[in-house]
Design a protein around this ligand. Structure first.
Ligand code: PMP
Length: 378
């Protein structure tokens, strides 16, 4: 909710759209306008198709990549979440480039078995996996800057390495911007890190911010790839509620409300809160690290003696898992008791919104010292 809950402009757009009908089962004007807004913001996205959730976006992008390349294997990174798509609900088997195991009951081994899970920020593991399986790999999907293991941004050159290695093996690169899209900047993570010298990702996925709190998401990218989608091409994809007129009205009003001033405010507020959280934890001697992706950040409760405690950086999922989870739990519950609802997991990113005014920020800051004491005592 980048503009805050029930923002008046979004509310007005939703009411206006709803007064004219909830669902038409056919493209509507706002769907086209929202698609145009996305294409105008993210330069490599030439065409876009709307769906209703981030899960649908990544699922469809992977199907499109498989249909386009005629290959079946998918590479993902441990700690990256792309929704509850069978093939992407997988964790690494033993060894770096072995095939994955299902993460959830109900996902057959065969569905996860076409997935290769690699450690994030590890160029050597990437090169090894592609050297072994390159000709069978349809795509690599990555969070543009991961936020689902806490915020673990790509190290300098890592995204470019993804582009170089996938291109060298004829695999597509899918940048999942469901979380970062239109949040990290008006053009998402791509707006902060791109353009890349080796070329842009082939496909992007979006969700969350672009739906303004309603079910709207999208995938898009190179027009020559998108043209493989039905009805023009052989890759089937459709959805009764895709491009829903009320959801697209909310998304469009939200994106239009994301002015440069909004992004400046998000940057300021997130710095203020993160600095204060860090200062409060330091004052109580609680080991921690703060990591950033634009205005998205997270606080890692680094356990003493762990690799991140020594290197000063959380670079992959193994590092993120080395956290002191009871310390986070004590911190979280103390904040909640003070009326501040943080993301409820040590592996989630902290987001701020434009409606976090000085009074709200002040309440967060006031709650921090007690929470840091609770973490220290845990
Ligand atoms: N990709 C990323 C990066 C996400 O963070 C999420 C949701 N947390 C998804 C995909 C799935 O989106 P949804 O929950 O809308 O299906």
């Amino acid at each position: 909710m980048i503009l805050g809950h029930a923002h008046p402009d979004v509310m007005a757009a939703v009411q206006d759209a709803a007064s004219r009908g909830f669902s038409f089962g056919t493209p509507s004007e706002n769907e086209v306008l929202l698609a145009e807004e996305i294409v105008s913001r993210v330069e490599p996205v030439e065409q876009v198709r709307l769906v209703s959730s981030g899960t649908e976006a990544t699922m469809s992008a992977v199907r499109l990549a498989r249909g386009f390349t005629g290959r079946s294997k998918v590479v993902k990174f441990a700690g990256c979440y792309h929704g509850h798509v069978d093939a992407l609900l997988a964790h690494a088997g033993s060894g770096v480039a072995t095939f994955a195991l299902p993460d959830s009951a109900g996902v057959p081994t065969s569905a996860a078995g076409e997935t290769i899970v690699l450690p994030y920020n590890d160029v050597e593991a990437l090169e090894t996996a592609f050297a072994e399986h390159g000709s069978e790999i349809a795509c690599l999907i990555t969070e543009a800057s991961p936020g689902n293991m806490g915020v673990v941004p790509p190290e300098e050159g890592f995204t470019e390495a993804l582009r170089r290695v996938t291109a060298a093996h004829g695999a597509l690169l899918i940048s999942d911007e469901v979380m970062t899209g239109f949040r990290c900047s008006r053009s998402g993570w791509y707006g902060l890190e791109g353009p890349y010298s080796g070329g842009a990702p082939d496909l992007f996925t979006f969700g969350k911010v672009m739906g303004g709190g309603f079910p709207a998401a999208a995938f898009g990218g190179r027009a020559d790839i998108m043209s493989h989608l039905a009805p023009l091409g052989p890759v089937y994809q459709a959805g009764t509620l895709s491009g829903n007129p009320v959801a697209t009205a909310a998304g469009l009003a939200t994106l239009r409300g994301c002015t440069p001033e909004v992004y400046t405010r998000l940057d300021e507020v997130s710095r203020t809160i993160a600095d204060a959280a860090s200062a409060a934890l330091s004052a109580e001697g609680v080991p921690h690290l703060v990591q950033w992706a634009g205005s998205m950040f997270s606080v890692f409760f680094t356990s003493e003696g762990s690799r991140p405690a020594q290197t000063g950086v959380v670079r992959d999922y193994d590092d993120a898992r080395a956290q002191d989870l009871p310390a986070f739990g004590a911190f979280f519950h103390s904040m909640l008791d003070s009326g501040v609802h943080l993301p409820p997991s040590a592996f989630e990113a902290w987001f701020v919104g434009a409606s976090h005014d000085d009074e709200a920020v002040g309440r967060v800051l006031d709650a921090l010292p007690a929470a840091a004491r609770a973490a220290s005592a845990s």
